[in-house]
Design a protein around this ligand. Sequence first.
Ligand SMILES: [Zn+2]
Length: 604
Amino acid sequence: MTQPEKRSVSRRGFVKYLVGLVAVLAAAVAGYGLLVRKREQSEVSQPSQKTTQSQSVTMTMPQGNADLLLTNGNVLTVDPNDRIVEAVAVKDGRIQAAGSYQELKQFVGPSTKQVDLRGKTVTPGLVDSHLHMQYYGKQFQDTLFDIRFPTVKTSDELIQTVREHLATAAKGEWVAGNQGFIINDPPDRWELDEIAPDNPLFLVHASGQFAVANSRALALAGIGKDTPNPYAGLIGKDESTKEPNGFLYHYPAIDMVRRLVPGYGVVTEEEKRGFVLTGAKKCFEAGYTSVEDVIVATTSDVKLYTDIAKEGKLPINVYILKYVESLAQSKTELATAEHSKGKNYNFAGWKIAVDGGASAGTVLMYDTSAAASKRAYVYHEQEDLNEMVAMFHDAGYQVAFHVVGDRAIDMALDAIENALKKNPRADHRHRLEHVIIPTPEALDRIAKLGIIVSTSPQWISFFAKGWQDVLGEENMKRFMPLKTMLNKGIHLAFGCDVPATPIIDPKWALVGATTRMTFDLNQIKPEESISMKEALRAHTMGSAYAAFEENIRGSIEPGKTADMVVWSQDLYSASLQQLTKLQVEATIVEGQVTYKSEDTNIAF
Ligand SMILES: [Zn+2]
């Protein structure tokens, strides 16, 4: 799903068509043409100003003739002055200079490759501050059948897909879909039993916040009526009989089944290496040149990244946050963990989940009446959370928190504040992931404590309609206030969050952040829109900052790594319609082309 079809849809018909979250997403395919036309009427494109005259080319390194000279481009440098230049010189994988051709031709030597960009726009390579690259790569293996949106959009389609795969499975064999479905009314254990009486069956929601399993699968996992909930997890139960209904909430409960499933818990080392490389390839196609994998669940998965990197085979730079589930686990792991950093890898932080997601009903809110929080519970008591955070903080690590609801955000802030009070540390760069419904007071605390907000503005377009339904108008007034955050001086970083979101393409982050448009033609708090310059900066320098890498990547400046993306449109002047059609023409990492579109006419 990339290009929305252009077709006429009456507004009434269109709105009727939107039933909940699935429809909101389906509309990304069917309805964007209408949205675009509506938007175009009131939009005046601002042509970008290209600087061809010298505005000081500060050249620090490297010296000598360039290996590569990009010319005739519209290069958005994202340097401190947001300079736009026409040429970039690259030497030894780093930016040698950015400026006019006149200025840069001095770097041309006999071995310099010159590439005419034909006026195309170049930006720094996008840095993704929040995804799960290893587990995203996992979604494309044959062992798991495809139930990701938009392959599956309804409960009927899900059941049909399961049936098709059961037909090819031997009796007793595991049957599992990839991560995952986005539907409002997923079948429960007994409905799955009807279609899969003889096979263990496991299906996980796209968000990763809950899964559903049939009776055979629950039996293999040893989950019965008297099975206690695992720490921070929740085994769904039938209200009257108290029998497990197949739904498993949050990773610890999901993992009771997932660890047994071929393609998930049961995979070979070789297959896991494949996931990493597939994930990296998909990132290059999308225009990411560096990523932050914010849930690496096991020490062996951390080692997988570092091993591949040490062998020189990790094609993309990966910043690693190791996930921890409990205070007990934190203590054990911290005792043996080592901050390790090398070419293309940096394990420098830990991730803690404080709440869940809207689809699972596990968003921790002060307003407990919202459907999004109907099942919400505290994963970690405040005291335990404080202790976990203080431990990691004292050991010099960065700590990142999955926080969606206002109460979860405040719990994380309390824990960070507590750690900083006991042990002040400048430049800690602790970070909050998502931050969907903060209170105004929380924003002030985030700013004051110098905390990074790492979020996914594509959620505005993809999910805001669905969120409105489960959070209510009043809570939605506080939905992802990006402009307010910038005004308060909060560091913003952007990431796509695949596989928890259906689309990897970062153009939807740019659309969401700059237009606040949802796929059902509404704008959610348009006054919280930020400019394209601000959005691009958040997705490059901001995300690099979240990984302590703003001095080596995130802008096209001399000495920085030569990571760049060539786009089909100028980002600064693109209309919404053009933005929705934005394509990556080429991705360049350390001066080497790692992805090239079949459609590009640039001769790399
Ligand atoms: Zn995530």
